[in-house]
Design a protein around this ligand. Structure first.
Ligand code: FES
Length: 204
């Protein structure tokens, strides 16, 4: 950062604590040091507090800092969906959002949905219908499917919902459209669709 800019920012920073923090972050970045910030949120029902580099994605915070490695890093560009977690009831590709943006949020990962001894119905349905091969996409598929069914129940339309005045139905086409953000490189799509359809039928 140039001297002139520093002087200008130096004048600005006296106005508020928030601006002071921003200036310190910029100076730290300019010096090559990580800019740290604290964030607290709830993960799988437990309160967690982290002091992390502000550039840390939610995915990296979960995997590298909280050691919840169920959420997978596929592409780090939001196209694979293996990193999908549920934040405040909505599915989120955790590689595309910064951890510090989730102050106070409630986050659910695959580890929070169920355990091998006490599986979530969606996890059990994936096992029953063999909805995976290598399993790398599976945590994201399951988190996405759980939140997707809630979206349908809440009447949220998809890109292909024809009548916005009617409650959406989970047709095969709707299911595939709504799950299209979750790629399965092994091509287990038909089994994944069977598993989700079974859980949706049970919930209907
Ligand atoms: Fe291998 Fe989906 S089971 S990528």
């Amino acid at each position: 950062m140039g001297t002139a800019a520093t002087v200008v920012l130096g004048a600005t920073v006296r106005k508020s604590g928030a601006q002071d923090t921003i200036l310190q972050s910029r100076q730290a970045l300019a010096a090559g040091a990580p800019s740290l910030s604290s964030v607290s949120f709830t993960v799988n029902g437990a309160a967690r507090e982290l002091e992390i580099d502000t550039r840390t994605t939610l995915l990296d915070a979960l995997r590298e800092h909280l050691h919840l490695t169920g959420s997978k890093k596929g592409c780090d560009q939001g196209q694979f969906g293996a990193c999908t977690v549920i934040v405040g009831g909505r599915r989120v590709t955790s590689c595309l959002t910064l951890a510090v943006m989730h102050q106070g949020d409630s986050i659910i990962t695959i580890e929070g949905l169920g355990t091998p001894e006490n599986m979530h119905p969606m996890q059990a349905a994936f096992v029953k219908h063999d909805g995976y091969q290598c399993g790398y996409c599976t945590p994201g598929q399951i988190c996405s499917a759980v939140a997707m069914l809630d979206e349908v129940k809440a009447g949220i339309p998809s890109h292909i919902t024809a009548d916005l005045n009617e409650d959406p139905e989970l047709t095969n086409a709707e299911l595939r459209e709504r799950m299209s953000g979750n790629i399965c490189r092994c091509g287990a799509y038909s089994n994944i669709a069977e598993a989700i359809t079974e859980v949706a039928g049970r919930q209907a």
